[in-house]
Design a protein around this ligand. Structure first.
Ligand code: FAD
Ligand code: SF4
Length: 324
């Protein structure tokens, strides 16, 4: 894991106890149902807690944000991420004060530019972009389905059944969702979202799943992130190409493939990486739609050179939606 001080952890108090009692009672009465496993509260619930979390992040963890923001480590779920999205979305923190805190840390010489800039870009860039897109794209946007994906999500995925999954990348990401209702952006986009995209799952059902399973899920932030960025269901209104990857990308950005039963460079056979095979299977299915897109041209060129493509397609069709 990264040599970084651990993230801020709130101390639970009598209010937490009372909330847990209420939730347990409502669940027992059948009024609500929950997903994932209960555990200690990880995110701020008051303004004072949120300010402590922001301070701890900028003082102790922001410095290594830049170099590591897109990496994934199997035994370090938080890495250098801020874990501030629930507090921001609850209105406990103002995005501008988070940006100002990062800028101050940089100007005082406490953190390098790459880390301050990376964090500011996430908030002032991505978060604000998504917020304005949500209002600009309108309510019909949620029904976009440019790729014609209609498959329902399988039970192992909706139940967050990480134990049913052999593929280490997916099992690790699902474990994070099950135990913490949070993973950072790369497992969301390039592991969970990528798998849903490859398998042709219904984009609105995928959005509902993210919304229901994550601590920071809100309609305004889920719709552009899932319908647009992750599932390319809008046909490219907010991204220039689908965020799609094979095992080679996951191998490059993480330490997950080393301990996996599959090999990221194999497309067929017993040890074939399902993410790599799924990558080619997706491109083959959507070739006509993607053909005019210059940003996908190199991948489609690679597809043309695959001599075992019929075997890959057969293998992936027979996999169906079984846990990989
Ligand atoms: C498929 C998918 C679904 C997502 N769903 C949500 C969601 O429901 N709620 C949510 O807040 N974020 C969502 N995100 C964005 C991002 O993954 C999370 O904001 C981030 O992982 C939260 O962890 P953090 O606070 O440690 O973020 P850090 O990595 O520390 O980043 C700092 C802050 O930047 C903001 N941010 C960064 N990227 C985005 C983005 N794409 N959209 C909006 N804000 C962003 C967040 O407020 C975050 O707290 C999603 C991303 C993807 C790819
Ligand atoms: S080998 Fe494939 S399935 Fe296994 S962790 Fe790597 S990308 Fe995931």
């Amino acid at each position: 894991s990264l040599p970084v001080p651990r993230p801020y952890l709130p101390r639970e108090d009598a209010v937490d106890e009372e909330v847990r009692r209420d939730l347990d009672r409502w669940e027992a009465d059948g009024e609500v149902s929950f997903t994932g496993r209960d555990g200690p509260r990880l995110f701020p619930a008051t303004r004072a807690e949120a300010l402590r979390a922001l301070r701890r992040f900028t003082e102790k963890r922001l410095g290594s944000f830049g170099p590591w923001e897109d990496a994934v480590l199997s035994d370090d779920w938080a890495m250098s991420h801020s874990l501030l999205s629930p507090a921001l979305n609850l209105g406990l923190l103002d995005p501008a004060e988070c940006v100002a805190a990062a800028e101050d840390a940089y100007r005082s010489g406490a953190v390098p530019l790459s880390s301050a800039e990376g964090f500011v870009r996430q908030i002032a860039g991505w978060r604000e972009y998504m917020w304005h897109l949500y209002w600009s794209l309108g309510d019909d946007y949620r029904h976009s389905n440019a790729l014609g994906h209609h498959r329902p999500l399988p039970g192992w995925f909706t139940d967050l059944d990480a134990g049913a999954v052999t593929a280490r990348c997916l099992a690790t990401a699902l474990t994070g969702v099950r135990d913490r209702a949070w993973t950072h952006h790369i497992p969301r986009l390039m592991i969970l979202g990528n798998w849903a995209l490859q398998r042709g799952w219904d984009p609105l059902a995928v959005t509902d799943w993210f919304h229901r399973s994550f601590a920071d899920g809100y309609d305004w932030v889920m719709l552009p992130n899932v319908i647009g960025m992750s599932q390319y269901a809008d046909g490219g209104r907010i991204t220039t190409k689908p965020y799609l990857c094979g095992g080679a990308y996951i191998n490059r950005m993480s330490d997950l493939c080393g301990g996996c039963a599959y090999r990221p460079d194999r497309r067929t056979g017993e040890r074939a990486c399902p993410v790599t095979a799924g990558y080619w299977y997706f491109l083959e299915r959507h070739r006509p739609l993607l053909e005019g897109n210059q940003r996908v041209a190199r991948s489609l060129h690679g597809l043309d050179r695959l001599t075992d493509l019929p075997e890959v397609v057969r293998q992936e069709e027979s996999r169906g939606d079984a846990a990989p």
